[in-house]
Write a new protein. Structure first.
Lengths: 439, 318
């Protein structure tokens, strides 16, 4: 095998070749693309933009509609959208980009940005933010700041999607609970579960899997005052007392019989849809799912407060521009126009259940008139994201998630499970640090 | 196959036109054989040989295909696999154990049940072709279809299996896919249901290859059904049996999709198999170096099993 040309060398070569590309090296191995244009309109030659994302469900229809509307309005930009399920997406996109077959732009979750930035899959967007005149105050600050890695911005936030509390009114009524008063405090919550139990109803089906057990753990951890990782992302802190309290609460629901044992993927949802489960902590994606069930009476509120403070799991979709060999400045300019346009039209995207990251859109009448989404928006002040460290998104799959699984399936005590997982996580974080330092 | 190519020219005369002097006809035969093999050899080289060698090279590095720097680590990836406390030691051997268990549980069933099935389907009866098709049918489904189907059926709380067990007055809370040993029973059961048709078809072809005269001769000698099976059918099936056992062991050792979809590895990572773990490390987390090292350890283990298998059959054959 011949030695591969490294990215830096390649960029130097393309910069040397000139070709009108202004690729200024900035910050280690990365290059930011600078192009003219206000980002409001595009007057260059006709370009086709390939836009990839993981909106494979009904949410894809909403995004596709936006993409089509944009393309029909633009004389010289045509955006074609391609969807891959998220899990595969994060395998395919990096490989495609490295092979030079990647899309022009895409969507990435906030915790995936540092990894893909370090791998050179996505390029810094400082200049994009500048041209579009995007500032922290235009966005929800936590999500805006989480898009920065190593001093550079890599994502333009589109939305935030937190975990919410769905309640089945039919089941509540059957148990003699007021279906319009979902419990919001720990005491009320436990009382409601106890009352349902006395009527033979298991009121909160606790999933042992990431969806939704893992997300529930994150929310509870934040509520008890803990975080998944230390501030620098060099050590796991999910085995703190707060973490143990969070997991113990989950496990106790099973032990006390408020939840059945041995749930499989989506059982909590199937039971909810069939009036067997009353309380479900689930994502915004339920907003498109539940209305499909005929006769299901349900409501949704922010998560109840079980711990000492409010807290909710959330993630965020961000626009990214892919690192292409010989980046076409026209395409980058056109991408800016597209990102800016969709970002401003994100009230439309909110109809898919998302909470727009953009302040103005969140305050718009159009958004406020939606039924459920503004309720999710109330949770924004207390969501947390993981520290911007490459590789961090992968760590939990091998450590925390199996630990939660074993604890909720009553195979291991919460503390022992979390301690063991944290030890492995610390090692993985250390390995990651070494690995990406050389990048 | 190669030997046939060499033998054939003995009965042919050397072709006059190729006046290559005193060229041995056997040489021309060898050339023909190589030419026939060439297309496959090219594919084999490109898709097996080169990747195998390249994989060894990868396994000696901290290889992330997406990073410009891939430091040489020598045998460290292998050493880690045998060092308790390393990040790969625990999960890797747990996944190897899962693969071993699955192979151990599934292979005997997948060797015996299809054989019995083939013996039945080899009889003359009405609707024979229909039943042959019925038993083979699941095999045409993809693992995703099979996996999701069984997950729905076996879900402990929302699945049909427990529901019907309940209506029959039997225990309706069996944790089919979330606890042991049930998860293994489910995975093995689903796999047997899914793939037994393939082995059955191979057996069926083998059975039809056995000379009926042998059965007649045995009958004349007074052999009963069982003796005919033992002394005519089984020896006649020996090569087929070797093939079925070898292929089934390898297929079972490659199990990935079923546990990925049906149990999701639960409980904990007990049903996470080696191939799954390797694929996850290499293709999802892009830790190609350790993943490649693990592949070689797994491949070596499988080679040992296969060689033992061949040796055992040969021993019994002599």
């Amino acid at each position: 095998m011949g030695r591969r040309v490294t990215r830096q060398e390649f960029l130097l070569m393309s910069a040397g070749a000139g070709a009108g590309l202004a690729m200024a090296g900035c910050g280690g191995s990365q290059s930011s693309v600078q192009t003219a244009g206000s980002g409001k309109s595009y007057n260059g030659p006709k370009v086709d933009l390939a836009f990839w994302n993981g909106f494979t469900s009904d949410d894809g229809d909403y995004m596709r509609k936006l993409v089509e509307e944009f393309s029909s309005q633009q004389k010289n930009i045509n955006v074609s959208m391609h969807t891959v399920i998220w899990e595969t997406y994060y395998q395919q996109v990096p490989s495609a980009v490295t092979a030079g077959k990647g899309p022009d732009l895409g969507i990435m979750h906030i915790d995936q940005l540092p990894t893909n930035a370090a791998r050179g899959v996505v390029i810094p967007l400082d200049d994009v933010a500048n041209t579009l005149n995007l500032k922290e105050k235009d966005f929800f600050p936590v999500v805006w700041n989480a898009g920065v890695y190593n001093g550079h911005r890599y994502g333009i936030p589109l939305d935030i999607h937190p975990l919410g509390f769905y309640y089945n009114k039919g089941v509540m009524e059957k148990a003699g609970l007021d279906p319009n008063k979902p419990p919001q405090t720990k005491d009320d919550y436990m009382a409601a579960l106890e009352q349902m139990k006395s009527k033979g109803i298991q009121g909160h089906w606790m999933s042992p899997l990431l969806f939704t057990g893992g997300l529930t753990f994150d929310a509870l951890l934040y509520q008890f005052g803990g975080l998944l990782y230390g501030e620098n992302g060099t050590d796991a802190t999910f085995n703190s007392q707060e973490g143990v309290d969070a997991l113990t609460w989950m496990v106790d629901l099973v032990k006390e019989g408020y939840s059945p044992k041995n749930l499989a993927q989506d059982d909590e949802l199937t039971a909810f849809e069939n009036d067997k489960n009353a309380f479900m902590w689930n994502g915004i994606w339920m907003l498109l799912e539940l209305p499909k069930i005929k006769g299901l009476e349900w409501g949704m509120t922010p998560l109840p407060q079980i711990g000492s403070q409010k807290g909710a799991w959330a993630n965020s979709h961000n626009f990214v521009i892919m690192n292409k060999r010989g980046q076409d400045p026209n395409k980058v300019a056109a991408s800016k126009v597209f990102i800016s346009w969709v970002s401003q039209r994100s009230a439309e995207w909110a109809k898919a259940g998302q909470v727009p990251a953009r302040e103005k859109v969140r305050e718009s009448q159009e958004f406020k008139s939606l039924k459920w989404q503004p309720i999710f928006a109330k949770e924004l002040p207390y969501v947390h994201f993981t520290p911007p460290v490459p590789g961090i998104a992968d760590v939990r799959y091998e450590t925390l998630d199996p630990a939660i699984n074993e604890a909720v399936l009553l195979k291991k005590e919460p503390e022992a499970a979390l301690d063991e997982a944290a030890k492995q996580a610390d090692q993985l974080l250390k390995e990651n640090k070494q690995k990406y330092q050389g990048a | 196959m190669a030997s046939q190519g060499i033998e054939q020219p003995h009965v042919q005369r050397p072709r006059g036109k190729t006046s290559s002097g005193g060229r041995n006809p056997a040489d021309a035969g060898a050339l023909t054989a190589y030419l026939f093999m060439a297309p496959y050899l090219v594919l084999f080289t490109i898709f097996i040989l080169i990747p195998v060698v390249f994989g060894i090279w990868i396994s000696l590095h901290n290889w992330d295909p997406l990073l410009p720097v891939r430091p040489w680590v020598g045998l460290q990836n292998y050493v880690d696999l045998f060092t308790p406390g390393s990040t790969t030691f625990g999960p890797f051997w747990q996944s190897m154990e899962a693969t071993g268990k699955f192979t151990l549980y599934s292979v005997p069933l997948l060797v015996v049940i299809p054989l019995l099935l083939a013996l039945m389907l080899n009889q003359e009866f009405r609707g024979r072709n229909f039943f042959r098709a019925v038993y083979f049918a699941p095999y045409v489904l993809g693992v995703a279809v099979v996996g999701i189907l069984w997950r729905f059926l076996l879900s402990p709380k929302a699945g049909l299996v427990n529901y019907y067990l309940g209506t029959l007055g039997l225990p309706d809370n069996i944790p089919w896919i979330t606890d042991l040993p049930w998860a293994w029973i489910s995975l093995v059961g689903a796999t047997v249901w899914w793939t037994l048709g393939f082995n059955a078809v191979i057996y069926l072809a083998g059975l039809q290859d056995i000379d009926p005269a042998l059965y007649d001769a045995a009958k004349v000698d007074g052999a009963n059904r069982w003796q005919r099976f033992l002394h005519v059918t089984l020896p006649g099936l020996r090569p087929v049996l070797l093939f079925v056992v070898t292929v089934t062991i390898l297929a079972s050792a490659n199990m990935f999709g079923q546990s990925y979809i049906i149990t999701k590895g639960a409980p904990g990572e007990e049903t996470k198999t080696a191939i799954w773990y390797i694929a996850e490390q290499g293709l999802r987390f892009f830790k190609m170096g350790p993943a490649a090292a693990m592949s070689y350890v797994l491949a070596l283990a499988l080679a040992v099993v296969s060689v033992t298998n061949f040796a055992l059959f040969r021993y019994r054959g002599d």
